[in-house]
Design a protein around this ligand. Structure first.
Ligand code: SF4
Length: 224
């Protein structure tokens, strides 16, 4: 069952030119990234009765949809959820909200992501390319992977993340982004490799998906 965190966030920065509503699905994550802001509330903590169901989220959207003009669906990892439930939810969102719907993902579910784009159930993707996966071997560079994404991926897993990056660029939505957090553990060279990779894919597909290198903000303690 789709379960959501009850706090919705209005944001002016995540999608330039739009007032966006950011909603977090409370479904956990298959990574454990350095400095993840959602770790304690959405990954370690399981839904505890404060959560909202899909029907409750739809009700809130129905009441307040004039207060934002884009909808951002995050997690944890939103695409870990069951596709039938994701589809059903997005169809109902589309029926009441005409603005762009964007999914945030770490790129590990390329097929689900592609299906949602092909079916027009989402308008774009903000994909976190956290490392230059194309340059880092899952075995030889396992330590780097563990330090940043908290796991050492298999080759198949790494391939999935690269497939997702290419799929987002090939789709070429004006509301999609590839982005990286400027993790303090990494030297500038890592970010430059990602930037060049995104640039090359944009050239290959005749696309213009922007790349953002975002500042790192350490998570604040819960009582700060
Ligand atoms: S992919 Fe996102 S939600 Fe998951 S651990 Fe990494 S930063 Fe946190």
């Amino acid at each position: 069952m789709l379960v959501f965190y009850p706090r919705f966030i209005r944001t002016f920065d995540d999608l330039p030119g739009y007032v966006s509503l950011l909603i977090h699905c409370w479904s956990g994550c298959n990574m454990r990234c350095f400095g993840c802001h959602n770790a304690s509330e959405l990954i370690d903590a399981k839904p505890d009765g404060r959560h909202l169901t899909a029907a409750q989220v739809l009700e809130r959207l129905r009441e307040g949809h004039q207060l934002f003009d884009a909808l951002l669906l995050s997690g944890g990892e939103f695409l870990m959820n069951d596709m039938t439930e994701i589809r059903s939810f997005l169809k109902r969102v589309k029926a009441l909200f005409a603005g762009p719907i964007i999914v945030y993902t770490n790129g590990t579910f390329p097929r689900k992501m592609q299906c949602l784009l092909d079916e027009g159930l989402i308008d774009g993707v903000h994909l976190d390319m956290k490392l230059p996966y194309h340059c880092l071997d899952p075995v030889e560079d396992a330590e780097v992977y563990r330090a940043i994404i908290g796991i050492a991926p298999s080759r198949k897993y790494r391939q999935a993340m690269l497939e997702s990056v290419e799929a987002v660029i090939r789709h070429d939505s004006k509301v999609s982004q590839i982005r990286t957090v400027r993790y303090p553990l990494l030297s500038e060279e890592y970010f430059e490799h990602i930037r060049l990779y995104v640039n090359e894919l944009n050239i290959r597909h005749g696309s213009t998906v922007p790349y953002y290198l975002n500042p790192y903000y350490p998570p604040q303690p819960a009582n700060a």
